[in-house]
Design a protein around this ligand. Structure first.
Ligand code: PHE
Ligand code: CO
Length: 316
């Protein structure tokens, strides 16, 4: 997904030892301080490469199937029905998907395509792709010993987590609007605020469905550990989505989230963000931020978390 070298694309997941982590990179400013793992040598000016689908080994495909099957068993209980529906339409369970084939289906559905990248890319390039309805997907897959833990997003996170909802018309428009908003936020110096919106929706968002809270964030959906945690654990807060509240809330990149924000529908999310962020950024510049576990008196609280996971980690 995203960014990296930069950031805002942010992606999430916690790296950490948590789940499947990976990503982080920072949303904020980007720049990871580690060496990135992909091969950036054959890159075009827009940071894309050929996927090189023929070069995946049997081990790569087998690992994809293992990850895919594990999440497929888990997700019917936890994922938003919109995600499940889109996932099945991609028909991507047999092995590492060929981006050309997936792009055909995606383009027919919503006009999005997938482009291969070596990994995290600079935020400006990331936003430019999104604004043109192109989603950058990392081409390499993790190693078998990294099933549950990864520091950078790989093809499983990027494709399995992010691509399905690009088949959804409203979510597809939201992602493009985010790309355009990113180009603007870069100019205005408010990337940090915008990155938090991405983090708490695209990567770690929950949605209130007919039968309770469900997951739509890619950072959760690609993680076997964070998926049940996000819905069932007593530890994290679950708070109704409110744009400025989200944009003021710091997040952790090193463990499961301490707070999840809950949207009512993709339409609500799109409407809330389809406003001019200029005046909002101006206002936010003078306001304090919130910590990742804070609960405010103004919050619409679904769960006031115990934060026992964090206390447990601290006690170890
Ligand atoms: N409305 C935002 C702006 O004016 C752009 C945006 C839309 C950002 C949707 C994120 C998601 O900058
Ligand atoms: Co991501």
């Amino acid at each position: 997904m995203d960014t990296g070298v930069d950031g805002t694309g942010v992606d999430g997941t916690g790296g950490n030892g948590t789940g499947d982590g990976f990503k982080q990179a920072t949303a904020s400013s980007g720049k990871t301080d580690k060496e990135l793992r992909g091969d950036y040598s054959a890159m075009r000016a827009d940071f894309t490469i050929d996927q090189g689908w023929d070069r995946y080994t049997d081990t790569d495909h087998a690992l994809w199937r293992t990850l895919y099957d594990r999440q497929s068993r888990l997700l019917p209980r936890y994922a938003a029905p919109e995600f499940m529906d889109c996932l099945s339409r991609l028909d991507a369970g047999d092995g590492v998907p060929d981006f050309r084939r997936a792009s055909e289906r995606l383009e027919a559905a919503t006009g999005w395509t997938i482009v291969a990248v070596p990994g995290l890319i600079p935020e400006g390039a990331f936003f430019d792709h999104l604004a043109a309805r192109r989603f950058p997907v990392t081409n390499w897959i993790r190693k078998p010993e990294e099933m549950d833990y990864l520091e950078e997003p790989d093809v499983f996170h990027d494709f399995f987590g992010h691509v399905p909802l690009l088949m959804h018309p409203v979510f597809a428009d939201y992602m493009q609007a985010y790309g355009k908003g990113g180009q603007r936020a870069l100019k205005l110096g408010r990337i940090e605020n915008l990155a938090r919106l991405y983090w708490y929706t695209v990567e770690f968002g929950l949605i209130a469905g007919r039968d309770g809270l469900k997951v739509f964030g890619a950072g959760i959906l690609s993680s076997a550990g964070e998926t049940p945690y996000a819905i069932e654990s007593r530890s994290p807060n679950r708070i109704g989505f409110e744009l400025e509240r989200v944009m003021r809330t710091r997040y952790r990149i090193d463990d499961y989230q301490q707070t999840y924000f809950v949207i009512d529908s993709f339409e609500q999310l799109f409407e809330a963000t389809f406003v001019d962020f200029g005046p909002i950024y101006q206002r936010l510049a003078g306001l304090p931020e919130f910590g990742p576990a804070e609960v405010l008196s103004t919050d619409r609280v679904f769960t006031h978390g115990t934060q026992e996971r964090v206390r447990g980690l601290a006690a170890e």
